[in-house]
Design a protein around this ligand. Structure first.
Ligand SMILES: O=C[C@H](O)COP(=O)(O)O
Length: 254
């Protein structure tokens, strides 16, 4: 946690979910409505096909909706892509950019991620910019170098604490059940904040830095209590209302 920063617990449903999954989403909304957790902001980044319906369900709750990627251009001949403006129109407040799965599956570079973050801002969305090292980079002792390069290359000039959230997601921890030690997380997050300082000056001190990678109710308290961890980006555990609410609940005990 960082003093003065209200935590954000964000779910990323990835390529999971159909209309049949909206019951879980409804339960998450109810959980936050019933004051289960008033200490955190909550967000669910659902597939674009569900965004409109998710927004309708969640609009009467404190839980907001987001997209999982946007194109760098506001519109045009880009078959199969989706713009920030479209996500906003469908009810999104945030969009994830530069997730390692997009970097790996679609060859997205830091420069492209930066353009997508700028497109998100132009479309009226907050960009959640993902960074994180692979197992090979970690084994080579290059974690901090990779984070420096990714923050420098992916976070656009003009980033503010309102238009930008950074998510540290070690690639080797995503969906594996493995997590870094609290000490490693603290080091990575402190490093990211220092790198953000080079771009954002004093504003970096109050910009949210989320941790993502195998966050579950059972490890949320330990991970969320680490210095400079201002919330979580949750994949698998965000698909089940009880798990997602259990993670958000971790902040009550901190
Ligand atoms: O965006 C979320 C992350 O990739 C984490 O996924 P996970 O919680 O399933 O490990």
């Amino acid at each position: 946690m960082t003093k003065g920063i209200r935590p954000l617990v964000a779910g990323n449903w990835k390529m999971n979910g159909t209309g049949a999954s909206l019951g879980e989403l409804r339960s998450i909304g109810h959980g936050f409505m019933s004051g289960l957790d008033t200490e955190t902001d909550a967000l669910l980044c659902v597939p674009a096909t569900l965004l409109w319906r998710a927004h309708e369900i969640l609009s009467s709750t404190p839980v907001r909706c987001g997209g999982q990627d946007c194109h760098a251009r506001p519109s045009g001949a880009h078959t199969g892509d989706i713009s920030a403006e479209m996500l906003k129109d469908a009810g999104a407040s945030h969009v994830i950019v530069g997730h390692s799965e997009r970097r790996a599956d679609h060859g997205e570079t830091d420069a492209q991620v930066q353009l997508k973050a700028e497109a998100a801002w132009l479309g009226g969305l907050t960009a959640i910019i993902c960074v994180g090292e692979t197992q090979a980079e970690r084994d080579a002792g290059r974690t901090l170098d990779v984070l420096s390069r990714q923050v420098a290359g992916s976070v656009p000039p003009g980033a503010t604490r309102k238009n930008t959230v950074v998510a540290y997601e070690p690639v080797w921890a995503i969906g594996t059940g493995l997590t870094p030690t609290a000490r490693d997380v603290a080091q990575a997050h402190a490093h990211i904040r220092a790198e953000l300082g080079k771009k954002m000056n004093a504003e970096a001190a109050t910009t949210r830095i989320l941790y993502g990678g195998s966050v579950k109710p059972s490890n949320a308290v330990e991970l969320m209590s680490v210095d400079n961890v201002d919330g979580a980006l949750v994949g698998g555990a965000s698909l089940k209302a009880s798990d997602f609410l259990g993670i958000a609940e971790a902040y009550r005990s901190l």
